[in-house]
Design a protein around this ligand. Structure first.
Ligand SMILES: Cc1cc2nc3c(=O)[nH]c(=O)nc-3n(C[C@H](O)[C@H](O)[C@H](O)COP(=O)(O)O)c2cc1C
Length: 183
């Protein structure tokens, strides 16, 4: 009996996880609604569980909330209104020197970026699981972003975070046959 209960509990977790994967999609329009502090904390805690090379966590997450900085994000490069609309933007920056201290060039040029990237991917899924929305923004002028948030670290991804104001179609994917190759 106990085993059955544990099994059904585990099954629920398993299904919930795949439901989250299935629900996540890029959102580029946000409602004027604040993100609850507890939800933000859960997202940041999810990031903090992400694996990293040597467990160095060679990245930092900048939490942008101020109207002024959001406006700067929206108008740097091509206009992106979603940075203005979303109440929060999370900027994931790699800390290359932290990883380089243990792994040299590979840490600097690869692991620190992967550390930041994995954390951002966790953030997207954690946001979805809480009814929030994001879009991964990778096209930006690094120097301008560094100036806005006041850092020398390397910006890798920006996620505007908030409640969706649109319901776009889900995007298609390759078949697993195309995506994978036995070897
Ligand atoms: C590395 C990376 C960079 C991206 N850069 C941008 C971007 O600069 N602007 C944007 O609107 N979407 C960007 N996206 C979002 C993708 O366009 C989106 O994830 C893809 O079309 C699949 O759609 P989905 O997220 O709804 O599944 C980026 C995604 C990734 C992973």
């Amino acid at each position: 009996m106990l085993i059955e209960i544990i099994y059904s509990f585990l099954l629920k977790i398993f299904m919930d996880f795949f439901e989250v994967l299935g629900k996540r999609r890029s959102i580029r329009k946000f409602r004027q609604r604040e993100v609850e502090e507890e939800k933000l904390q859960k997202i940041l805690e999810a990031c903090n569980r992400a694996p990293s090379a040597g467990n160095l966590q060679a990245y930092k997450i900048f939490v942008v909330r101020s109207q002024e900085k959001r406006e700067s994000l929206a108008t740097v490069g091509r206009e992106r209104g979603f940075f203005r609309e979303a109440p929060i933007s999370l900027i994931f920056c790699a800390a290359p020197e932290v990883s380089a201290s243990l792994y040299g060039e590979r840490g600097k040029n690869l692991y620190s970026i992967q550390d930041a990237t994995i954390a951002a991917a966790y953030a997207q899924l954690a946001a979805t699981s809480q009814g929030l929305a994001t879009v991964w923004v990778g096209a930006f002028d690094e120097e301008k972003i560094k100036e806005i948030i006041g850092t020398d670290l390397k910006p890798v991804a920006i996620l505007p975070l908030g409640y969706a104001a649109e319901e776009p179609e889900f995007t298609s994917r390759k078949s697993l046959k195309e995506l994978t190759q036995g070897c």
